[in-house]
Design a protein. Structure first.
Length: 153
């Protein structure tokens, strides 16, 4: 894998993930309950219930040269040339808009965060949030977590 970007709205705490899904009428990307294994091959378990909806973008090793011919060119003003953490966050927020008020309410009862994960084996992609995105993060009162995984040998 050459590049994978994931941006998600994550709720953690003590709740029924199915009830969150039913309340929002949204099928999440992933849910788990306290005590579930984080990975079937490991012994580490989740300490809280979780509900996640995310946007992701993946480019495999053999596809990357075709999709990122200008990855080192900072002069390109076309924001849609390839996804960034910010463009995925904005896409995610657009999908949340119909239930925006409910998402704002969850912060009062649970931990909520904008979860950003980047796996890369070449150049680290842009990590930037504009004022517009920061205002949306603040409106939802989200914590922000950014994990970077360098897959180079």
């Amino acid at each position: 894998m050459k590049l994978e970007l994931r941006v998600g709205y994550l709720i953690t705490g003590s709740f029924s993930p199915d009830q969150i899904s039913a309340s929002l009428n949204i099928i999440p990307s992933k849910t788990w309950s306290k005590g579930d294994l984080i990975d079937p091959k490991a012994k580490i378990k989740y300490k809280e219930d979780g509900w996640l909806i995310e946007e992701k973008f993946v480019v495999e090793e053999n596809e990357a040269d075709n999709q990122f011919p200008h990855e080192l060119d900072d002069s390109d003003d076309d924001e849609t040339a390839y996804p960034t953490i910010e463009s995925l966050a904005l896409q995610l927020f657009d999908s949340l808009k119909p239930r925006w008020e409910k998402f704002k309410e969850y912060r009062k009862e649970y931990e909520t965060e904008l979860s950003c994960v980047v796996y890369y084996s070449t150049q680290l992609p842009e990590l930037h949030f504009s004022n517009k995105t920061i205002k949306l993060i603040a409106e939802l009162n989200l914590n922000v977590d950014i994990d970077l995984y360098d897959l180079r040998d």
